[in-house]
Design a protein around this ligand. Sequence first.
Ligand code: PEP
Ligand code: MG
Length: 579
Amino acid sequence: MLLKGIAAASGYAIGPAFIMEEHHTEIERRELPAGEVEAEAARLQAAVQQAMAELEQIKEKTAAKLGEHEAEIFATHILVLQDEEFIGQAVQKVRDESVNAEFAMSEVTQMLVDIFSSMDSEYMRERAADFRDVSKRVLTALSGQSGTSLNDFEEAVVLFAHDLTPSDTAQLDRSKVAGFATNIGGRTSHSAIMARSMEIPAVVGTQNGSEAVKTGDIVILDGSSGIILVNPDEDTIKTYQEKQAKYMKRQEAMKLYKDKPSITADGHEVELVSNIGNPQDALGARNNGAEGVGLYRTEFLYMGRDNFPSEEEQFNSYVAVCETLGAEKPVVIRTLDIGGDKELPYLELPKEMNPFLGYRAIRLCLDRKDLFKTQLRAILRASAHGNVKLMYPMISSIVELRAANELLAETKAELDAEGIAYNKEMEVGMMIEVPAAAIIADQLAKEVDFFSIGTNDLVQYTMAADRMNENVSHLTQPFNPAVIRLIKMVIDAAHKEGKWAGMCGEMAGNLKAVPLLLGLGLDEFSMSASSVLSVRVLLSRLNREEMKQLAEEALNLETAEEIQYLIVDRVPAIQELTI
Ligand code: PEP
Ligand code: MG
């Protein structure tokens, strides 16, 4: 059997499949005969014990792998399970109303969540998320399943799921998960982006992969072309093992370019930097030859936990990145970009019809000044320890940019008053992700130090095509003439004001796009660490003047296909570097 999806992270994974089951949350109320009530109460208590044992294990593993601080959340969850008010009430409900344990548990949870969510204190409101989390674990135990982590496998598996949240993906252990496939998602959904930075081969948008494949089937996942072969014959396995070996060999050969400058054959130098989601990624960036960080997605620091990271914690993460890379290397820290496909349950925002068009990123930060200023303080303080630059996401008008800059000025004044050091010359830039911003780039360029083009969002907003929806993936691709024209406008606007223009959307690491972007004058290319070396090799084979000519021709073409064809035809090195 052959499954087709979207190539999300290159490389090959060969091994047994593991299907992540979906847990359905619909809970029925069942009345029990009097004789069964005590047994039901005992079943609930046993599930609570199981959940506690699991949490103890996870707590220990997390402390060993990531540190005591990261493990604290699990200690809190254990305390919640020991809370008589909570579990005691659920058991009592089973007895008083002769109902099933699942129903009693979910009713009591909902009641507590409602009470805590409406409290004034933010700390108490955050406790609501704890009740929800532990309740889910108890419900899983009641269903007879174990809620252990995504990495509890004897051998490396290929994981199949309907979807993986970005925080699920962040927790994957490369030695236990050889690759993964999801039914939904596109190339620029955050799970796909994370897979690339973690170098886990991945295919997304398979539609029904997790239903068509069974746990234990042997699969070949080809993350470079987006196909999955299920129970292939011996010869096919051999062919793919050879491809896998060739792929690894090429990855090794490219390491020769690790410390070389990013320079074209005719001597034009650009900056090749990496996108990261956490301080550990900085090591991957450095090992793959990135010259710095062009996008630090700080929201991942806020995710997978149940409270906001403190100023100190943020400061430590930002400084850790500077230290890993070296103090002179640029580190562009993007302020919180929550919303869209990146949820923060403890923020408890109302569900939206169109989360990508909603209350997200800078819109939320300008509203939640407390959160925003805490982050600005941490970034400013970190700027005293490295070449930190600050970047705002999702700006759509000059009013937003000015409001953000005003809060930054206020924060600087506070630090001055407290005598706290920061780099007074720190560059401040913004992402161009919204067509409105691209159109007024000439005005915005006067008030920032740099632009970084976020094509993942810019493409979806320009084409009105959801980046998460595999059915419109033919539209969410960056070679559309409308997108290319916007990119040109942005680069030209920056240069006219003597500012630099970078790109941190996935397009910057796409080998087919690099010649065009070079021709359009892009100064900085920021991408998943795993793409840096192949882009550097490609650049070394390109001639800047020829690419300017190519870009001019591309701007006159009418379809994305014609533009791609022109590039591939003119630059044969692209084919050679694509395995
Ligand atoms: C983008 O939109 O291109 C971008 C880099 O931001 P994110 O992918 O985090 O939305
Ligand atoms: Mg974006």
